[in-house]
Design a protein around this ligand. Structure first.
Ligand SMILES: O=C[C@H](O)COP(=O)(O)O
Length: 272
């Protein structure tokens, strides 16, 4: 699909998934450093949105810092329950996250699918609960190495998209974010080429156009994730259907993640 027209321009999002790293004290240090670095470089948050996704135990501290320093960095969680409340030991509800000021929440990250047996129905239920609570779900999809080797990455990923979005209202799909993360590129240093990312992401947008509407397809943001670094972000972001990155390892280093968020400035040759 072509790039969006000016009336439906999609604001790029750079989201840092900290995974199971950093206690709340370390989280505060990293966030302060990231904020100072971006402020120092006069980052325009309206042009490229920035979010961090810390572990649950850090979110209250992150909220205090973001509110206290009036940071423009947004934050969210890495998972959410598909239930509202009750006897679900260890679960965290969407309304609890919303009360903590979260903007985003991941649904169906491949590590949740792999280690916690989350299937498309569970991801769909989590996505719906997040939307009901006013959170923006970042719905993760993507194929493993065997599927990629067989050349089936597009149909496989589209089936995950269909499952995750089943039954959602068009206006809810318009609000959410999809992250295409080929599992073989996560934490491996094996970044997909910009063309690999564009191939699947444009197919996802095409599927939404077909099953929901062209206007929703034009508005929904679709990110790429998998070993993104400062050096690779610009090439990936140059693809017409890629609207941002979901960054793991590189988001744990303030300078590196700030560089990813500033891919436009770095491309234009402004100071690094
Ligand atoms: O959520 C982030 C992805 O799993 C990518 O992680 P990575 O950048 O460490 O490969």
């Amino acid at each position: 699909m072509a790039a969006p027209d000016s009336t439906t321009a999609r604001t790029p999002l750079m989201a840092g998934n900290w995974k199971m790293n950093l206690n709340h004290v370390e989280a505060v240090h990293l966030l302060q450093k990231l904020s100072w670095t971006l402020q120092d470089k006069k980052h325009d948050f309206d042009r490229v949105e920035v979010a961090v996704l810390p572990p649950f135990t850090d979110i209250r501290s992150v909220q205090t810092l973001v509110d206290g320093d009036r940071m423009k960095i947004k934050y969210g969680a890495q998972d959410v329950s598909s239930k509202d409340s009750g006897a679900y030991t260890g679960e965290i509800s969407a309304s609890m996250l919303s009360k903590l000021g979260c903007t985003y929440v991941l649904a169906g990250h491949s590590e949740r699918r792999q280690y916690h047996a989350e299937d498309d129905a569970t991801v769909n239920a989590k996505t719906a609960k997040a939307l009901e609570a006013g959170l923006i779900p970042i719905v993760c999809v993507g194929e493993g190495l065997e599927i990629r080797k067989a050349g089936d990455q597009v149909p496989y990923t589209l089936a995950q998209v269909d499952g995750a979005l089943a039954g959602l209202k068009p206006d809810d799909v318009r609000k959410l974010v999809i992250a295409y993360e080929p599992v073989w590129a996560i934490g491996t240093g094996e970044v997909a080429t910009p063309e690999d990312a564009q191939e699947v992401i444009s197919a996802i947008r095409g599927r939404i156009e077909e099953t929901i509407s062209p206007s929703v397809a034009d508005s929904v943001r679709i990110l790429y994730g998998g070993s993104v670094k400062m050096a690779s972000a610009g090439g990936i972001m140059a693809q017409p259907d890629v609207d941002g990155c979901l960054v793991g390892g590189a988001s744990l280093k303030a300078d590196e993640f700030a560089g990813i968020c500033r891919y436009l400035d770095l491309q234009l040759g402004y100071s690094s």
